[in-house]
Design a protein around this ligand. Structure first.
Ligand code: NAI
Length: 398
């Protein structure tokens, strides 16, 4: 069969396995040639390892100088009668192949990170492959639902403003249509549910579980990713439900920092740059800012993708005895996004952008290409006309 992209709204319903393979290989090549990570961790657990920042951090730590063995947890689906499977499924498979070629241990655990069984599976894998201890725990889950352990119901997150409604545009990736929308403010219940799903409590409970199972190595660190943003997106992000959840995540970093101090370790929330990922394209009214940002940063020559951000994080910040942090103890990887020159250019672009000219005025091409590439399409050097054997795909195991 020949695999074509299928996009519905902002969701990809197909993925190209060989495109995912090429993308993983290109990211590996990038980190091999970049500034190397010195004194990096050797045994790393990544929760949310199959795409976005989690995958990039896994590649950076395995191939960018640290030579880390990794256990990656993710929620992905393989090929079935319903379709070819998700990009993350193939990213896991091809990452493992490449890691094993270089003698690294790479264990993929596919399962719900909120489930007790997944935690037990991870602890078992740490025992078996890491001599019982981890040096770094990366929490990079992005999801819309989390089961409430006290009831049989799920918390479901809502990406909404708080207090006032927000008006803006979202671009649908299937038909490149600019849609003006207005998002009503969240209810108290929606705010609470979003904090439960995207805040710090699951991160904290994972680290507690690993402390209780004696899986924490001397000097173990943990990080989770955050976003702060700027005036242009405060109403939908920082001052909305997601921003409140991130404040909760920052607070969890402080309490985890105290807990890990007993192991001479530390915990940090890391504020990253806004980037196209499976998760971020869901944020309503965010596209105009993103395409203006991509344009401004590419013009200034300091645009980074997830892989560049993660290699820089581990080779210049987290590798330090005392990683540089701001007044709220956040590691800042968004410093280039927030440079006054970039923000001035972003607001100039946004002021002039509308439904008729967004493809020319903003970097919509780069934004959409990044989205296609997440799913293995539009990657240089891949033959998209090739016939792919369904039986071969089914034989690939993570
Ligand atoms: P992503 O969608 O690319 O990756 C999410 C990962 O979580 C995938 O590996 C997925 O399989 C896994 N996952 C989701 N639900 C799961 C479950 N129930 N059990 C196990 N695994 C599960 O997302 P992205 O963008 O890399 O997000 C990671 C973190 O980075 C999030 O906290 C996000 O808020 C943060 N961040 C993202 C930014 C962006 O612009 N994309 C900017 C700054 C922070």
């Amino acid at each position: 069969m020949v695999i074509e992209p299928i996009i519905k709204g902002v969701v990809a319903r197909s993925a190209h396995p060989y495109g995912c393979q090429a993308s993983v290989q290109q990211q590996i090549q990038f980190v091999k040639n970049a500034k190397q990570i010195e004194n990096g961790p050797k045994r790393v657990l990544i929760l949310g390892a199959s795409s976005g920042f989690g995958l990039a951090s896994r590649i950076a730590l395995a191939f960018g100088g640290s030579e880390a063995d990794t256990i990656g947890v993710s929620f992905e689906r393989g090929p079935s009668e319903k379709g070819v499977g998700s990009a993350g499924w193939y990213n896991n498979i091809f990452f493992k192949q490449e890691a094993e070629k270089e003698g690294r241990i790479a264990i993929n655990i596919i399962g719900d990170a909120f489930a007790k069984a997944t935690r037990e599976h991870v602890i078992e894998a740490i025992e078996t492959y890491f001599e019982g201890e981890v040096d770094l725990i990366i929490y990079s889950l992005a999801t819309g639902v989390r089961p409430n352990p006290n009831t049989n119901k799920n918390w479901v997150s809502s990406i909404k403003p708080i207090g006032d409604s927000v008006t803006g545009a979202t671009v649908l990736l299937d038909n490149d249509q600019w849609i003006e929308t207005s998002i009503e403010p969240a209810t108290d219940e929606e705010i609470e549910a979003t904090i439960q799903v995207m805040g710090g409590s699951d991160w904290e409970s994972w680290v507690d579980t690993l402390i209780n199972s004696e899986s924490i190595a001397e000097g173990c660190k943990t990080i989770a990713f955050s976003y702060i943003g700027c005036e242009a997106n405060y109403p939908i992000y920082r001052d909305g439900t997601l921003g409140w959840a991130k404040v909760d995540l920052h607070q969890a970093s402080h309490s985890l920092n105290i807990k890990l101090a007993s192991f001479n370790g530390a915990a940090y929330a890391t504020a990253c740059k806004a980037l196209v990922t499976k998760a971020s394209v869901f944020i309503p009214t965010f596209t105009p800012y993103m395409i203006a940002l991509y344009k401004a940063m590419k013009e200034e020559g300091n645009h980074e993708g997830c892989i560049e951000q993660m290699q820089r994080l581990f080779s210049t910040k987290l590798n330090q005895e005392k990683p540089p942090v701001d007044a709220e103890r956040l590691i800042r990887m968004d410093e280039w996004e927030l440079k006054p020159s970039i923000q001035a250019r972003v607001s100039e672009i946004m002021t002039n952008m509308n439904q008729n000219n967004f493809k020319q005025v903003g970097d919509y091409h780069g934004y959409k290409q990044a989205f296609m590439q997440l799913n293995g399409f539009d990657i240089h050097g891949v033959d998209y006309q090739q016939n792919i054997d369904d039986r071969y795909l089914r034989s690939l195991q993570p």
